[in-house]
Design a binder for this molecule. Sequence first.
Ligand SMILES: [Zn+2]
Length: 477
Amino acid sequence: MLLVVGLDGASYELCNRWMDEGYLPNLTHIRGRGAWMPLQSTIPAVSPVAWSTFMTGTNPGEHGVFGFFVPERPGPYEPPTRFRPISSYDCHGKRFWEQMNEAGLSTGIVGVPVTYPVRAVNGHMVAGLLAPMLEAPGTTYPAALAAEITAQVGPYRIVPRGVYVPGGEEAFLDEVHRSLELRRNLASYLLERHRCDVHLFVLYETDLVQHKMWQFMDEDHPRYNASKNRWHDAIRDVYVHADAIVGELMEELGSGDTLVVMSDHGAGPLYGTLHLNKWLREQGYLAYKTGWRQKLAWAASKWKIVQLSARISRQLGVNQRVTLRPGQRRTLASGFLRADDLDWAATRAYNMGYQGAIYTVGERHAETTQKLTEHLTEIRDLARDCRVVETVHTPAELYAGRLVDYAPSIILSLKKQAYNVSQKVFAPALFTLGADSGTHRRQGLLGVIGTGTKAIANTGEFHIQGMARLLLEIAEV
Ligand SMILES: [Zn+2]
């Protein structure tokens, strides 16, 4: 049996620190007895891109997932008709578990982002981030598994419920641990009742808690407040909880079995959000229509509704708002950028990514890309007195494959990866510090213990694109 545990966003650096301090005995066991190394993520290091690369073993130019949202358009450089969250249909190429199924192995895949709607597998599947909710059609394979999970395991969540609001730390953390506990119960139920040759469980809580709680443990963070030391160890506590789950899974290993622990990217402090669409509008690249709906958006921004809603949508991973109509969900999902709010006759570029992914539009797109490349590096965070855009990448530099033309024309690397980018056109300032205090870093982790360790021994570092090949090798496919 091959067991794979994905700890979304788990940091190699934080793990090592807390292992050295004695908090993570099970991961420490893997480090001591197996293989343990940093895992480099994709550019951008966001979950949909990283997990799509993980599951297909190909780069974004081949699988076609470049971020959380996809602009629907007739072709590259054409104005989009709408923006929508990414789904499994957008990720092209064979998943490694499909190759395992073809070789006769059964697979149980739980919690992987971008697997909704699920496809049939030899075994079972529960979709992860970007699935609406467990009970929604397309979230589990077989379909009846959803009701079975609810009856046998409890109210399993795709992502923790509710919203983190400053002051609500206790309720937020209770829910994070409750959600983790349900994942642990689901894992043990599936291993007992639906055992497969290969199991993969992704725990999303490690990522979520870092986004929200970083400010409480990092004295250098602009929001650090020594009087709130009660939450100082909130992130560590979630790692400890995840480590206990890893330990339970490790107990399942028999001779010839392997356990792999990995993360899709790492984490670090967030110093600000750059409202890139606001900048593009101010620089004349993006034009907003001036109808009543758009005026309403202006007014709403004054009341901070826009910021709040965008924060909610980000918090929820763009789902869960099942009470909203699809159109409303999409608006929330894209952080209040709607394709039909933009004046496409006058728009030459727009951003559609949390780490900076600019799409250029129109016949003169190459010229626009060139101009932007020169000007983007001039953006300054005046509060911290620094330039924010570290590198302006072209897709040709980063990606290769048959879908590379659908990539954003410009992909940004922001200073020390400590900034996010929003979709908002009407933010109150070019930079703001929202509810999030942590964000992603490119360095995740990889640990292997058991028979499969020999497949990776003596490697100093690994890239997430090699994971599919590695797992196939361990499974002897
Ligand atoms: Zn992630």
